[in-house]
Write a protein that binds this ligand. Structure first.
Ligand code: ATP
Ligand code: MG
Length: 234
């Protein structure tokens, strides 16, 4: 079943059109990877899905319901969650307070929800009282992803989860993403580590200059010589 469908959206910043009729779909249970050169419009696409940009034309549909012009706070209630590429944590708050911010719309006790996040990211349990501004890149990324998971989303949007991480930590973050997916969360992931992300993802999309360029299973894209030459470094 199409969990999320982007149908030919056109959007950008002010007068500047960045995405030109971009399409994608996400099936229940999938991880899809969005790759493409710098400036291709990957982050713009994620912002558009999460209701942060004015959509000029086209539609976004979640579980058969049109969500094109809904605000982020409405989308959160409908099961979408988003970890932006930048400014995805509150540096002056502790790890635990960041997690709590992820569920501030709930009036219930958050202990059980936080416990689930500490099970997924064990280092955060020790670090829960520490200010996130003092943490390493890898620890911050765990906080950012943990915060985004506090409301048990159905769809998790991750913009460059491995950005800025030491190479030896990238595999660990990808393993966590797989684990989150196995708990039933469908995932849209933008990645610079294109090869690694296509190995992890069920399917992928190559965006270039704000347009769909290639799509297929992770393996099809990895095996496609043109994709390899143009977008995977040969
Ligand atoms: N807030 C903004 N205002 C105006 N133009 C923007 C803004 N953000 C991005 N752009 C422009 O939109 C285009 C697409 O940017 P976007 O950030 O979506 O690319 P990207 O594929 O995510 O790139 P990267 O791999 O560097 O993260 C670029 O030309 C960029 O300069
Ligand atoms: Mg980006």
């Amino acid at each position: 079943m199409n969990l999320l469908e982007v149908r030919g959206i056109v959007t950008g910043y002010g007068e500047m059109e960045i995405l030109h009729e971009v399409c994608l779909d996400l099936q229940v249970g999938e991880i899809i990877a969005i790759i493409g050169p710098n400036g291709a419009g990957k982050s713009t696409l994620m912002k558009a899905i999460f209701g942060l940009l004015k959509i000029q034309s086209g539609q976004i549909v979640l579980k058969g319901k049109e969500i094109t012009h809904l605000s982020p706070d409405r989308l959160v209630h409908l099961g979408l969650s988003y970890v932006p590429q930048v400014e995805n944590i509150f540096p002056s708050l502790t790890a635990e307070e960041n997690l709590e911010m992820g569920a501030f719309i709930l009036s219930e006790d958050l202990t059980a929800r936080k416990e689930k996040i500490y099970q997924l990211f064990p280092p955060l349990r020790e670090l829960r009282g520490r200010r996130v501004g003092k943490m390493s890149g890898g620890q911050r990324q765990m906080v950012a992803m943990g915060r985004a998971l506090m409301l048990d989303p159905q769809v998790l949007i991750l913009d460059e989860p491995s950005a800025g991480l030491a190479p030896k930590l990238v595999g660990g973050i990808f393993e966590r993403i797989s684990e989150i997916n196995r708990t039933g969360v469908s995932i849209i992931m933008v990645e610079q580590n294109a090869k690694q992300s296509l190995k992890l993802a069920h399917r992928g999309y190559v965006l270039a200059s704000g347009r769909n360029r290639f799509t297929g299973t992770g393996k099809e894209l990895l095996d496609n010589p043109e994709v390899g030459r143009l977008y995977l470094g040969g």
